[in-house]
Design a protein around this ligand. Structure first.
Ligand code: GLC
Length: 800
């Protein structure tokens, strides 16, 4: 079943039926003011932190689902009938109520019609602003005059802290009151505390109306809704007038009513504004909207900003669903995970109040090809969250104070963050991320940039930071000379034991050494080159001796010596990540590559992607296999863990298997499920954390939308792997790995300010291999395009 479609031209996903199998969301705003909105206007907003800056409520995982939200109710003063500008919360019969939701880049727009009244509602946070705008347009499509009341509505939190607001009711219900001042509801929290003492944001909020006069208001949720009622039938709406009540204790809200009369064909407009500002600042904000056309300018600015970023790479291949993801939705999701980390969604309530080290270092990779300057800033930040022993801080607080942080070796860090010790993989993610950045930007000097550590103000070069990361792993090897599992590796659920050993990390380390060697060579660090060569050799030996089993790599060795992921085992006998990473890291030789990739295909692949391991743990598990707690075929226990799909696509592409790489891409591509949305349930335009795999009664159902490392790994597999875009310090090479059936494709890429118009011709119908490159009509001897050969605008033709 299908609930909408991709509008490529406008970079929108258009939901044509509002009764989607789950709330389908979009992100508005920036980390300074963030807003999540569903296709029925459900969702919440916060200032700076989903956990500590929450200004509107949202009841997670509740029924009625997806409530509350940013509601506009309408009521006909003659017929006394009422409905809402989005299908929910009133939920009129869909035979008569028509609604389309356009999720765009940082805005969401609804077009609804009911009983000859047309409603157009646009929600956004203006660029670089910290409040939100609801622009509402209502048109009378009837032949007669219509007397309509419109009511904007929002449910405030009582306390900016999400948990306090939800559970500490004996306190938080008694710190708030609302006031009505000049077309707006103002909410005060802890009003009697000295203003200078309040410290945090969000203790004064406002909800205002511009463009029409307020005829009545309500600042008290419970009198607005009425006893034993719900958002589908609030008493104020049923009565047709807000009761002019105000909140004093209990539950605050903002409800503003305006009564309008519409001649046939007439349109009236208004803007609701919401933010965490006091009355004076709110007045200034509201003044800026006196001329409602400001909103058009702002939307244009937003689109220019986002489309500008996305347009740095646009592709046109024979596969529309691939194009949609690379051109818009996967890229946009990469920016959202990059910006929001795992802070806030309809699943994450905001309590993870910081950046997971590995998560963010990986997230960065998803946007490097589109916004290297944004990536640079975050890479610097993450390097400044590396401890001087070379390890990464498992959780980097949003308040990170580089040079002055405690580490997992300090009790205070552990109690504050809940992270008891280092992970084996965290800092190793820096290598591909730093390399990708340098190659995209050409900024090789970055390697010499001086950056502090998390726990000391000592500044060392980025090169030295990377060396320390190697040292961290080398100082923590297990009995077989492989990197120790420590608290966990990438797989949070796999506890091999402190001295257990991880094949995945061994490959990461191998890859890291290979990357670092390139910089050691550049810097002529002879001694270190010698060290790297020796370590690569040692590591190769240990991996081949201890981890290779005929046609697959094992997952690791527990601290008691037992193998995890051995062919001989009844459960979890084959694992995905060691196979994909054997190839990505450049470790596997040709024979191993073929064998282990075939094993993945044979044993792990399903219609919806590749399982993380198989068979799932059930009866033959061990204490450290925490995933056993999950139902089989779910999450890390044999589910299709979506992030890992990017790695297997990339591995296949590196190995030259374009057909299989693309097949894997299609299996996990959300857009492929657009017409089977009832099975996938989640948004068909974003990746989730995982998909239930073949033994689940709900095979194909996806979970944990939006904030997932999947966005970046799949993006990287598309850009580096399938499209084969390989920038380097002094130029760029393009080596696609595509399905044989493709005749070719085109791409437009902005490369360090130069425009590349690339045409790939695959008349020979092969998967990989470029035989000729024309740059602006000139036949290049070498496939590598030197940066100095580029003009402002370039025509590049590649013959495969
Ligand atoms: C979650 C975590 C991530 C971890 C992954 C696998 O996505 O955010 O850090 O690597 O699960 O366990």
């Amino acid at each position: 079943m299908n609930y909408g479609y991709f509008d490529e031209e406008n970079k929108e996903y258009v939901i044509t039926r509002p009764d989607t199998p789950a709330p389908w969301a979009n992100y508005l705003g920036s980390p300074e003011y963030g807003a999540i909105i569903s296709n029925n206007a459900g969702g919440y907003s916060f200032v700076k932190s989903g956990a500590n800056g929450r200004i509107i409520r949202y009841r997670f995982n509740a029924i009625a689902s997806d409530q509350p939200g940013r509601y506009i109710y309408l009521r006909d003063r003659d017929s006394k009938e009422y409905w809402s500008a989005t299908w929910q919360p009133v939920g009129k019969n869909l035979d008569k109520y028509k609604s389309e939701c356009h999720h765009g880049t940082a805005y969401t727009r609804f077009e609804s019609t009911y009983d000859n009244i047309k409603m157009d509602t646009l929600y956004y946070v203006p660029l670089n602003k910290t409040y939100e705008v609801w622009k509402f347009k209502v048109t009378n499509e009837d032949k007669k005059v219509r007397n309509i009341s419109a009511f904007g509505y929002v449910e405030f939190t009582t306390d900016s802290n999400y948990e306090q607001d939800s559970v500490n009711l004996q306190y938080t219900q008694f710190i708030t009151r609302t006031e009505y001042i000049e077309n707006k509801i103002v909410q005060h929290i802890n009003e009697n505390v000295d203003k200078n003492d309040k410290g945090s944001n969000g203790l004064e909020r406002f909800f205002g109306l511009v463009g029409q006069e307020v005829t009545a208001y309500n600042g008290d949720r419970d009198s607005f809704v009425g006893s034993y009622r719900s958002y589908s039938n609030p008493i104020d709406i049923e009565n047709g007038h807000c009761s002019n009540s105000l909140n004093y204790n209990e539950n605050p809200c903002g409800a503003l009513q305006t009564d309008i009369t519409l001649q046939p064909g007439e349109t009236k407009e208004m803007v609701f504004l919401l933010g965490a500002y006091d009355n004076e600042k709110a007045n200034n904000i509201m003044k800026a909207y006196k001329d409602l056309s400001v909103t058009e300018k702002e939307i244009k600015e937003l689109k220019n900003f986002w489309h500008g970023k996305l347009n740095n790479l646009q592709i046109n291949t024979p596969d529309k669903n691939f194009n949609n993801m690379v051109n818009t939705w996967n890229s946009y999701q990469c920016f959202i995970t990059f910006i929001w980390s795992r802070a806030a969604s309809f699943i994450y309530c905001g309590l993870r109040n910081g950046y997971g080290y590995r998560d963010t270092v990986q997230d960065i990779q998803g946007i490097i090809h589109l916004a290297p300057e944004m990536a640079l800033e975050k890479i610097r930040f993450m390097l400044s969250a590396q401890v001087d022993n070379g390890g990464g801080l498992p959780l980097v607080k949003f308040t990170h104070n580089a040079g002055h942080e405690n580490t997992p070796d300090d009790a205070q860090y552990v109690s504050e963050t809940g992270h008891p010790s280092y992970r084996a993989d965290d800092a190793l993610w820096l290598f591909p991320t730093v390399e990708k950045y340098i190659n995209e930007s050409g900024n090789i000097d970055f390697i010499n940039e001086q950056i502090v550590f998390a726990n000391t103000e000592e500044k060392v070069s980025v090169y030295e930071h990377l060396k320390r990361a190697i040292k961290f792993s080398m100082e923590r090897l297990g009995a077989h000379n492989l990197p120790a599992g420590l608290h966990a590796d990438w797989n949070d659920c796999l506890r091999l034991g402190k001295l257990g050993e991880s094949t995945f990390v061994a490959f990461q380390l191998y890859y890291a050494l290979r990357i670092l060697k390139k910089y050691s060579v550049r810097l002529k660090d002879e001694e270190y080159i010698g060290y790297i060569d020796e370590k690569l050799k040692e590591l190769k030996e240990s991996i081949n001796t201890n981890c290779w089993e005929e046609d697959q790599f094992v997952r690791g060795i527990r601290d008691n010596g037992e193998i995890v992921g051995s062919k001989t085992q009844p459960e979890a006998a084959t694992w995905l990540n060691p196979q994909s990473w054997a190839v990505i890291s450049g470790f596997a030789d040709e024979r191993q590559t073929k064998l282990c990739l075939d094993t993945v295909y044979k044993i792990l692949n399903t219609a919806h992607g590749t399982m993380i391991c198989y068979p799932p743990y059930k009866d033959h598990t061990f204490d450290g296999a925490l995933m056993t707690l999950f139902n089989p075929y779910t999450k890390e226990n044999g589910g299709i863990f979506s992030q890992t799909q990017g790695w297997i696509i990339l591995a296949e592409a590196l190995a030259g298997n374009g057909d299989r790489a693309f097949k894997y891409f299609q299996e996990c591509n959300p857009a492929e499920m657009n017409d089977k949305a009832e099975i996938r349930k989640m948004e068909p335009y974003v990746h989730g954390q995982f998909v239930e795999s073949k033994g689940s009664p709900f095979e194909g159902r996806a979970h944990v939308h939006w904030l997932t490392g999947t966005a970046s790994t799949v993006m990287v597999s598309c850009v580096d792997g399938i499209l084969g875009i390989k920038p380097s310090v002094d130029g760029i090479e393009i080596e696609p790995c595509i399905p044989k059936s493709w005749d070719g494709f085109t791409m437009q890429k902005n490369f360090r300010g130069k425009q590349l118009n690339i045409t790939v011709k695959n008349n020979s119908h092969i998967e990989k291999g470029v035989k000729k490159v024309l740059l602006n009509g000139q036949d290049l001897v070498d496939k590598h395009i030197g940066f100095e050969q580029l003009k402002e605008e370039n025509e590049i033709i590649l013959y495969m």
